[in-house]
Design a protein. Structure first.
Ligand code: EPU
Length: 420
């Protein structure tokens, strides 16, 4: 298995460009099923989750051609409507194919999706099943596979018990080709949802309100397909900003949308981390001492759960005590045990809260990446730490961060990829 070996402490310098958003791209690939025309996706990140998603659409019968960050998909000749367990086990976003397959073919088979182990038990899909049922779908579960069928999908009203990103996007895509009007309430408001809606509307869908809690979709018979530029990854943007702050470096983060990480940048202002920002860049300046801060993860535009692990590492270097409250996933703080092994002073209060006492010196250790965001947090800790850190199970990091070793090396990090 591949590993990353990192020698610290290191200061980063220069510039780093942000790749296309993983969580936007993972929705536009299945959205291509809604049209029989060819979609051209630009700024597609070269990461493992995207490769799995493209494998899945090819398995279904779509034609895919990929060259660098540009990918063309044509789904006219799709012949299959099942999502095989070997791919579904690897990515949670396999669930994003269910709505479009149901909308176009009235039928879909799939197992419960896998992905990061960040919530107790399996991550639920009850909102999807309930929403599809309201549109007229019949669900059967046999031998661990769901079978969803619908003779005709009709508009409905659906209220999400909790705002769900993939739930909102799935019902929005399905309602696009349904009969009549669908109103979705208490929707998630993440920028990736707005980007998906903007693309669908450009292609003929009738969607209003994406990016607000209420989305209204008037079903249409067909939509077209065209070019789509994936928006910059806001989690990668925030991760690099935290990485620069934690290593007390000067780093310019390019090709990003600073507005998408306003929650993080407003905290930087409060705790005294110096930075400049423009419409598409953030320049983090070296800040020797900064204050601690209590965070509570929240749906967009609040503090993103996907930045919680990097921020926890940052707080090990702050001048005082911070409380990290992870409200969305109850396994996302377990990685802090590895930070403690590196020398951090962290007390776990319960699965949702840790107290971090800073500043502490960190030391290189042998670590294993349990999930994508904890994995990148370990890289940040390794850059801060004295000595050598070895991070195992880096498939988890490669799932969401393109060529992370090469990109960080170009900014001065001493990082190399090795095999056992
Ligand atoms: N939930 C339910 N039932 C459902 C769906 C969700 O109870 O049917 C609950 C979840 O258990 C969780 C909450 O609703 O407590 C919110 O989960 P959500 O559905 O919003 O998460 P998701 O759509 O599965 C997306 C991102 C995650 C990101 C979350 C929150 C994608 C592919 N994934 O997940 O990204 O953490 O929204 O912002 O868009 C990551 O990139 O590392 C990642 C995990």
């Amino acid at each position: 298995m591949a590993k990353l070996v990192i020698n610290g402490p290191t200061k980063l310098s220069g510039e780093i460009s942000v790749c296309g958003s993983k969580n936007a791209a993972l929705k536009i690939i299945p959205a291509s099923i809604l049209s029989k025309e060819t979609i051209t996706i630009n700024n597609l990140p070269d990461i493992e989750d995207i490769s799995r998603s493209l494998e899945l659409i090819e398995y279904l019968g779509a034609k895919v051609s990929r060259s660098g960050s540009v990918c063309k998909i044509n789904t006219e000749n799709i012949t299959k409507v099942d999502i095989p367990p070997n791919i579904a086990n690897k990515i949670r976003a396999s669930i994003m194919f269910v709505g479009p397959l149901l909308a176009r073919f009235g039928e879909v088979y799939f197992p419960h999706p896998g992905g990061c182990v960040i919530g107790a038990g399996i991550r639920p899909i009850d909102f999807f099943i309930e929403g599809f049922a309201k549109m007229g779908t019949v669900t059967e579960i046999k031998d661990g596979m769901y079978r969803l069928t619908a003779k005709k999908l009709s508009g409905c009203e659906y209220f999400f018990a909790k705002p769900s990103v993939t739930g909102t996007e799935s019902l929005m895509m399905t309602a696009t080709l349904s009969f009549g009007i669908t109103t979705l309430k208490n929707c998630a408001m993440e920028p990736e949802i707005k980007a998906l809606a903007e693309y669908l509307v450009q292609q003929g869908a009738k969607i209003e309100g994406a990016g607000t809690p209420t989305i209204c979709i008037r079903g249409v018979d067909t939509i077209h397909a065209d070019n789509f530029d994936i928006i910059p990854d806001r989690i990668e943007t925030g991760t690099f900003a935290i990485m620069a702050a934690a290593t007390k470096s000067q780093l310019i983060i390019k090709k990003c949308i600073p507005e998408h990480i306003e929650s993080l940048l407003s905290i930087f202002q409060r705790i005294g981390i110096d930075f400049d920002q423009g419409s598409d860049f953030i320049k983090i300046k070296p800040t020797k001492k900064f204050l601690p801060y209590n965070i509570m993860t929240h749906e967009y535009p609040g503090f993103p759960t996907d930045l919680q692990s990097p921020f926890t590492v940052l707080m090990t270097q702050a001048e005082g005590t911070s409380l990290i409250h992870e409200t969305i996933y109850d396994r996302r703080l377990l990685f802090t045990d590895m930070l403690t092994q590196m020398g951090a002073d962290i007390t776990m209060c319960d699965p949702h809260r840790v107290v971090v006492y800073g500043p502490t010196k960190l030391y290189g250790r042998k670590l294993t990446s349990p999930d994508l965001r904890a994995g990148i947090a370990m890289i940040i800790a390794a850059l801060v730490a004295k000595g050598e850190t070895e991070i195992d199970n880096i498939y988890q990091i490669d799932r969401g961060y393109e060529s992370i070793d090469k990109r960080l090396s170009l900014c001065g990090a001493k990082v190399r990829r090795t095999k056992d």
